[in-house]
Design a protein. Structure first.
Length: 159
């Protein structure tokens, strides 16, 4: 039981359960956001970034927030997927040298932070319909009216 009096989510009894994604909630996926500075060469999408400590991740997006690549003082944020070598939702360390598999060179400006997107639904709390799994609230929202409209109405005529 949490401080608020509600069960934390996901509950412990769902710990080893299979999870599914609702089409309306969006697929669940993980990304790491890593701030960098002292960038001298821009990364490319799909490039693998490796830290001196052994963490690796694939670039899915990046931004240049200040400085220039030519000046060697580029700073911004890199979004990474498939990060390995991380622990406790954190990866890389502050001032760690970063190298790319093809072009990127820079320094970590703090730790990369795990970001979770979408919604994971425990299999036991999902409703399967039309070949998809739905969370209960979206299933009810999408299909209750349809089910009511399609329900057969029995009318007996009186002579």
């Amino acid at each position: 039981m949490s401080i608020s009096g509600r069960d934390p989510y996901p509950r412990r009894d769902f710990e080893h359960e299979k999870y599914v994604s609702c089409p309306m909630c969006g697929a669940w996926f993980v990304r790491f956001e890593l701030s960098y500075d002292a960038g001298s060469v821009a990364p490319t999408i799909g490039e693998t970034i490796t830290g001196a400590g052994g963490c690796t991740g694939v670039v899915t997006a990046y931004s240049l927030d200040s400085g220039t690549w030519a000046g060697g003082d580029a700073a911004g944020v890199i979004e990474l997927s498939g990060v390995t070598g991380s622990a406790d939702f954190l990866a890389y360390v502050d001032n760690e040298a970063l190298t790319g598999s093809s072009t990127f060179a820079g320094t970590a400006d703090g730790q990369a932070i795990q970001k979770n997107y979408g919604h994971r639904i425990p299999y036991s709390q999902a409703v399967q319909r039309d070949g998809k799994y739905w969370c209960i609230s979206h299933h009810n929202f999408r299909f209750n009216k349809k089910d009511r409209d399609e329900a057969k109405i029995r009318v007996e005529e009186i002579d």
